[in-house]
Ligand binder design. Structure first.
Ligand code: ZN
Length: 162
């Protein structure tokens, strides 16, 4: 028996068994509640849209992933809200374990990222993919432009650090 999933989780799962060969376009909203499900993470709020193109050819798939919008994180300097634009545009090869070894001998490995699923996997859960790529797209230094930090917060931080 598969675990019972609520609608929110199910939205991002693609049934691979029922997927016909060819191209499939899908759109997904990625909102604040999506990130809340992942527990502790830097994203406080999100208003994103994912545009997915899944192309199935034989045993393998190609995942075209575009994510656009913005997220809110805490500024590293003043700790108040900082809005950051997100732009992800990646092509990811999806293969199955076992299948990839044969492929290696016959073709060159595709450039870019690869997701390898278990051979008997029947679902592709895009939520982890979305989460990883959005987090990876964020800059390491998350700070407001010079002079745009919250002055009250900066004052308070100075007091604390005295
Ligand atoms: Zn700041």
């Amino acid at each position: 028996m598969p675990p019972i999933m609520d609608k929110g989780e199910q939205l991002y799962r693609i049934d691979l068994k029922g997927l016909q060969p060819g191209k499939h376009r899908m759109e997904f909203p990625i909102e604040t509640s999506f990130f809340a499900e992942f527990g502790e993470n830097p994203i406080l709020a999100a208003d994103l849209k994912a545009d997915v193109e899944l192309e199935k050819t034989g045993l393998c798939m190609r995942l075209g992933l575009k994510i656009e919008g913005d997220v809110t994180v805490a500024c590293d300097r003043c700790l108040s809200d900082l809005q950051l634009p997100v732009e992800v545009d990646e092509t990811i090869a999806v293969t199955f374990s076992g299948a990839s070894r044969v492929r290696d001998e016959e073709e060159e490995r595709p450039d870019g990222d690869i997701i390898e699923l278990e051979r008997n996997e029947t679902e592709l859960d895009l939520s982890q993919v979305f989460y990883d790529y959005v987090c990876l797209s964020l800059p390491i230094q998350k700070v407001h432009e010079d002079g745009e930090c919250d002055p009250d917060m900066m004052e308070r931080m100075k007091e604390i650090l005295k």
